[in-house]
Design a protein around this ligand. Structure first.
Ligand code: B12
Length: 309
């Protein structure tokens, strides 16, 4: 592929020519031209000599789009997904803004549509981290600033819980090593735990989710009954490590913590494994743990399969 496109080689302005962008992104120049004309991605500035100039972000966007197209996604859908992840790619506003507006307006249909749009365009972890969680965080921040958003927060979290419940059920498997997941005493936030259950199932774990506000001793009892290899406590509220949580955990059962409230836990040698801090990290760690204890497993450690989206 030529480095320069005719007429641009002599322009010393900063930024990349279309030829340089195309070479870096490993996409033909003509394809870049079409995507730019039809979808506005990439979006060049103009040099003093009126030539197009592209940024490193444009290279990353074109490369990302090419990756999605290579997996069989239509380019229009790939652009829509990119705009959810990257507002600089020509989206109107941050992707979670419409979801927050729908929740503030109490419009359940609109809330469901926005959540479903994100889940359809992206894989579950991306949809949660790029769209759904930021919307929840914004409502949480508004609540902290005494804005009257409690009903909207409840609306959004119950729609998200219902979608996660379906994803969790669809991902469930009846083979593989058992993982028991719970939210500990006093913890009523369950959304991150439900997402984690789905991630664990996709990684090849056979998951039992025990829900909210469960004393550690009860979770351990069930994990022993299920002969679990992994027991995970998901904390959204900040909580310091407590060695008492490990009481009764038999040898061979791995103890793990996850979620925003456990993000600061850093593995004491005999302490629990940290699944996180982000869901994407949890996905990787969960697949690694499974490979260690069951190397021949059928896990799809590469990510969320299409049916789980
Ligand atoms: C929805 C919600 C509720 C719902 C929960 C409904 C449900 N079914 O889960 C209800 C109404 C029950 C609720 C109650 C309360 N809540 Co509340 N709630 C929230 C809200 C809006 C979302 C919670 C959530 O799902 N967070 C998960 C995501 C959205 O958080 P995140 O920081 O983006 O997470 C990042 C990473 O940690 C990672 N991640 C998130 N989850 C997970 C999970 C795993 C496994 C992994 C690996 C990674 C991971 O992904 C994100 C990165 O992209 C948060 C706002 C917030 N900032 O979280 C407040 C928030 C957590 N709640 C808060 C409070 C204070 C309460 C109450 C005490 C309010 C009250 N006075 O009654 C009670 C406590 C209830 C209890 N005992 O547990 C505070 C906690 C403050 C603190 N740090 O101590 C928050 C932060 C609001 C705020 N800004 O002040 N809440």
């Amino acid at each position: 592929m030529s480095r320069f496109v005719k007429g641009e080689s002599a322009d010393p302005s900063p930024g990349l020519s279309i030829g340089a962008l195309a070479a870096r992104a490993e996409v033909p120049v003509e394809t870049v031209r079409i995507w730019e004309r039809r979808y506005g991605v990439p979006s060049p500035t103009r040099s003093a000599g009126r030539h197009r100039r592209y940024s490193e972000a444009d290279v990353a966007r074109v490369r990302w789009l090419a990756g999605r197209v290579a997996t069989g996604q239509r380019i229009g859908e790939a652009v829509a997904a990119l705009r959810l992840l990257d507002p600089g790619a020509g989206g109107d506003a941050p992707a979670h803004t419409a979801l927050v507006a729908a929740a503030l307006g109490g419009d359940q249909g609109a809330v469901e549509r926005e959540v479903d749009r994100a889940l359809a365009a992206l894989d579950m972890v991306q949809a949660l981290e790029a769209v759904v969680f930021p919307a929840l965080v914004e409502l949480g921040d508004r609540w902290e600033r005494d804005q009257p958003v409690i009903a909207s927060e409840h609306l959004l979290s119950q729609v998200v819980a219902s979608r996660l419940s379906s994803l969790m059920t669809a991902a469930r498997r009846d083979d593989g090593p058992v993982a028991v997941v719970h939210c500990p005493s006093g913890e009523r936030h369950v959304l991150g735990a439900m997402a984690l259950c789905t991630v664990l199932s996709h990684a090849g774990w056979q998951v039992t989710f025990l829900g909210a506000d469960l004393p550690a001793a009860e979770a351990v009892r069930m994990a022993v009954l299920r002969e679990a290899r992994l027991m995970v406590a998901v904390h959204t509220l900040p909580r310091a490590p407590d060695p008492a949580d490990a009481a009764g955990v038999p040898p061979g059962m791995l103890l793990a913590v996850a979620g925003p409230g456990a993000a600061g836990w850093r593995g004491a040698p005999d302490g629990p494994v940290l699944l996180g801090p982000r869901l994407d990290d949890a996905r990787r760690v969960a697949a690694g743990l499974l490979a260690e204890i069951a190397p021949a497993s059928t896990a799809d450690a590469r990510g969320v399969p299409a049916e789980g989206r």
